[in-house]
Design a protein around this ligand. Structure first.
Ligand SMILES: NC(=O)c1ccc[n+]([C@@H]2O[C@H](COP(=O)([O-])OP(=O)(O)OC[C@H]3O[C@@H](n4cnc5c(N)ncnc54)[C@H](O)[C@@H]3O)[C@@H](O)[C@H]2O)c1
Length: 447
């Protein structure tokens, strides 16, 4: 096994370890004077998403994918082939069952383990990686239970290793534009926000014969919002959650599973096991969150009915409102007509977030979700190489993922109020809002 990275990795850990583990993103990682030449990564789970992330990562020459683990050998081989085409060497593969990633994380030539497996493995892989002295980078959600959320924080603090969640919607064009506009005061005091994962995902639950896959199994038996991080990520950044404010309570209700049932009957026939199965997961889950400062957020999970994709973002403040479904905005004393919507598009130019503009000018890959996914992986590479990043930290990852179990607790009790844990242990009062980061030119030319 190669060990060409040993010295700089030790330096890196030394740099990170002097940072109090309680600090939040942009702060948990300190700018290191030793910028690493390469980000050396091991990847666990290379199905659709993992393979795609490796594709994006290896487009830049400052990334090396040294190891790949997947329980499906054909998946590991496919991604290995892609890496061989992009790199001068072949990554080692680990395909010996569900816990073979434990061998990958022990390697001493990687700095970071990226996990894009099915949900139940995200936290175990992260914990094992951090214990082995590696940065953990997780696909969404970071965790599926409250216990896992706490475990991620506990391990990150104890091991002094960062754990990031690759929440790519935070880097989509509109959410980034809104973030900058909020910071520049365009909406005044922000009072309410709304967002949803509203995407017809019925076809993702089972195969053609009606055999449930991991996603189907993970959803069917759970009531509540099972995929909250895409909308709550940007909303939390807009509202300075964990940085000046925090979620304090949550109320959640779900409809019955009319749509999933009808879909199974239509697709597999009325006698099929799935059509007769008792499904807990309601078609539409609506969750209401309140913050310490009294602000409110409505969150939707709507994946079991026929519908076009729409993340329904809305932000409303004392000076105006943005409504993503319409792609419209209204700002008092700014919009040309009183009480009339205007197009949002010109605002995406006027208030373009510098990170978006930078990668747009640099010609970043627009595969996937515009530039959003490319910026996400480059922010991971920046974390590994320079110790700086804007990626959601372990406290954000826990806060956003916790909605899965909290909404389940509330919805299964008919919408009962549930207290939202303070994952920052009081540090939300002093943590600074995430900055509107500007990337140095030197960084942009590195890819
Ligand atoms: N951010 C986004 O926009 C986005 C989009 C799609 C998926 N995702 C997330 O990515 C993850 C993967 O989704 P997907 O659609 O690629 O699923 P997938 O089923 O296509 O891929 C999962 C892969 O993980 C492997 N795997 C499972 N358990 C493993 C283990 N213990 N060790 C090693 N490999 C293991 C599987 O064999 C498979 O290759 C999920 O968490 C999902 O929520 C995020």
């Amino acid at each position: 096994m190669k060990n060409h990275n040993k010295l700089s990795r030790r330096d890196f850990i030394k740099t990170v370890s002097i940072i109090p583990p309680s600090l939040s993103i942009g702060m948990i990682m300190k700018q290191t004077q030793n910028i690493k030449e390469k980000a050396r990564i091991g990847v666990v789970g290379v199905g659709n998403r993992g393979h795609f992330l490796v594709d994006l990562l290896t487009q830049c020459s400052d990334v090396e994918v040294l190891a790949i683990a997947d329980i499906k050998k054909e998946h590991a081989e496919r991604t290995k082939l892609l890496c061989e085409q992009r790199q001068k060497f072949s990554p080692e593969i680990y395909t010996n069952g569900e816990t073979d990633f434990e061998n990958l994380v022990k390697r001493d030539d990687i700095d970071c383990v990226l996990c894009a497996t099915s949900w139940e493995w995200h936290t175990p892989v992260a914990i094992s990686s951090m214990k082995a002295g590696k940065i953990a980078a997780l696909e969404v959600p970071a965790a599926i239970t409250l216990k896992e959320c706490w475990k991620l924080i506990e391990t990150s603090e104890k091991q002094k290793q960062p754990c990031f969640m690759l929440e790519n919607v935070c880097y989509f064009k509109e959410p980034l534009t809104i973030l900058r506009m909020i910071r520049e005061g365009c909406f005044g005091e922000v009072v309410h926000a709304e967002g949803g994962y509203q995407h017809d995902c019925r076809f993702l639950l089972a195969d053609e014969k009606g055999q449930l896959n991991w996603r189907g199994k993970g959803i069917i038996d759970r009531i509540g919002n099972t995929y909250p991080t895409h909308p709550i990520g940007p909303i939390s950044q807009w509202l300075n959650i964990n940085r000046g404010d925090r979620f304090t309570s949550l109320y959640s209700v779900s409809t019955p599973p009319f749509g999933i049932h009808e879909y199974f009957v239509k697709k597999y026939g009325p006698e099929h096991e799935l059509s007769r199965m008792k499904v807990k997961h309601g078609d539409i889950n609506t969750t209401l969150l309140q913050t310490f400062l009294g602000k409110t957020v409505t969150l939707y999970h709507d994946t079991s009915l026929p519908r076009p994709y729409d993340s329904i973002f809305r932000v409303q403040g004392t000076k105006g409102i943005y409504f993503g479904s319409l792609q419209k905005i209204y700002l008092e004393d700014v919009s040309p007509q009183k009480d009339a919507w205007e197009d949002f598009e010109p605002y995406t130019k006027k208030y373009a977030h510098p990170i978006w503009s930078a990668y747009e000018s640099a010609g970043g890959s627009t595969a996937g979700h515009g530039l959003g996914d490319f910026i996400t992986v480059r922010e991971l590479v920046r974390a590994i190489r320079t110790g700086q990043t804007s990626l959601p930290d372990v406290y954000d990852s826990a806060t956003w993922s916790a909605i899965i179990e909290l909404s389940e607790q509330s919805a299964s009790a008919g919408g009962k109020k549930v207290d939202f844990p303070d994952f920052t242990n009081g540090r939300w009062k002093t943590n600074q809002p995430i900055p509107i980061i500007q990337l140095p030119q030197q960084w942009l030319s590195s890819c």
